[in-house]
Design a protein around this ligand. Structure first.
Ligand code: NAP
Length: 364
């Protein structure tokens, strides 16, 4: 059997970084050999850097506990210690942009969770089931920067994962969506650690998340876009109106969605059939983190619920319930996904698995 690919996690001490460490513990293809975070954590053993703030419940994986945390701002420290990195940094956008480019320039591919490069035209913003074809822009990205082995691929905002696959499934089946109204109920883990103060969160709902509505309204258009002349050209539709709220749930973003179709309107039975039969390239390639059923439909009138449904398909499914006609648009439904698994670390791992399966990590 061939050796595992050595990976680094930038921001390894944070909310998403810790998820990466745990989820990669027994990964069949990847092995964590390098961890980096802020200068505050640099120089400490990983187990000491996360002492009193290890959030995943179980023990710190043995292979990582004693690794020394390096300063993520010094990309040269990663040379020879890992072959690509997951980026889960929380810093200024321009700082992250410059830093991710610095790693790529050193020949270290970056699979990122940060928003800094989501709008870079030649950087794919991947949901592997939807826009695997956007990988085609990576060749142009490398050419443009003169990068030999390095490149950057990113994930979209976590809340979009809650409803983008069902929308894509409908579009693909010949039912384009023209307009959409969405209200998200987002978990506190989405704000990182320590996140929203408990005084704001307990017994409360906060009806604002900085920058989130803009991301929700714009990012879907890039995800549904097409590659043309080495760039991703955004889709025109759907037009989205969103309200993003923070709710006292630890993990699991919920979205209440109303859709208007552009022309033909499928029946509710047809929609359910489209959703439950939805499969794509990650399933065809049998990628290790791909859910067998990316969309799961529930019929109980009180589901999906974060506590009951977020672990469906190991936290990689979009769980939908309450599909019904809408009096204003055509249909409405409630959907849910695990924000630090599908929406963050496990989604990032699925991106990396797709990149590996498509040969982007050959010759690292
Ligand atoms: P977090 O819990 O605040 O963790 C931030 C990480 O960045 C820590 O490892 C921290 O290191 C490191 N860091 C902070 N300042 C730094 C600096 N100046 N130089 C180098 N490293 C620095 O944040 P998070 O929730 O894990 O989010 C990480 C990234 O993923 C963000 O870009 C976020 O937008 C994105 N994201 C998060 C979610 C989610 O559900 N939480 C979902 C999708 C995307 P120290 O521990 O040493 O301070």
């Amino acid at each position: 059997m061939s050796a595992k690919i050595k990976v680094g996690v930038l921001g390894a001490t944070g909310m998403v970084g810790q998820r990466y460490i745990k989820l990669l513990e027994n990964h069949p293809w990847f092995e964590v050999t390098y961890v980096a975070a802020s200068p505050r954590s640099a120089g400490k053993a990983y187990k000491d850097a996360v002492k009193n703030r290890w959030l995943i419940g179980e023990n710190i994986p043995a292979g990582v506990a004693d690794l020394t945390v390096e300063d993520a701002n010094d990309e040269k420290k990663a040379l020879g210690k890992c072959q690509f990195v997951f980026s889960a940094l929380e810093m200024g956008k321009e700082e992250i942009k410059a830093l991710e480019a610095a790693y790529a320039a050193e020949g270290i591919p970056v699979v990122s969770n940060a928003s800094a490069n989501r709008w870079t035209e030649d950087v794919p913003m991947l949901v592997p089931e939807i826009n695997y074809s956007h990988l085609d822009v990576i060749a142009e990205q490398k050419k443009h920067h003169g990068w030999d082995k390095g490149f950057i691929a990113v994930k979209p905002n976590c809340s979009l994962q809650t409803y983008m696959m069902p929308i894509h499934a409908l579009i693909q089946a010949g039912y384009p969506v023209k307009r959409m109204v969405v209200t998200t109920l987002q978990a506190t883990s989405g704000a990182g650690y320590p996140g929203v103060p408990s005084f704001d969160m307990i017994d409360n709902i906060v009806p604002f998340i900085g920058g989130e509505e803009e991301k929700t309204e714009k990012e879907c258009l890039k995800i549904l876009g097409k590659v043309q002349d080495g760039k991703i050209v955004n889709a025109e539709y759907p037009v989205v109106s969103s309200t993003c709220t923070r709710v006292p749930v630890i993990d699991g973003h919920t979205a209440c969605v109303s859709l208007e179709f552009a022309d033909k309107k499928p029946s509710l039975e047809e929609i359910e059939k489209i959703w439950t039969s939805y499969k794509s390239v990650p399933q065809e390639l049998n990628l290790p983190s791909a859910p067998e059923h990316p969309i799961v439909v529930r019929h109980e009138e009180n589901r999906p619920q974060p506590r009951r449904d977020r672990e469906t398909e190991k936290g990689m499914a979009c769980v939908i319930g309450r599909l019904r006609p809408c009096n204003v648009f055509d249909i409405k439904f409630v959907s849910l996904s695990h924000n630090t698994k599908r929406g963050a670390a496990l989604g990032g791992i699925l991106n990396a698995e797709l990149l590996k399966a498509k040969g982007f990590f050959d010759n690292l």
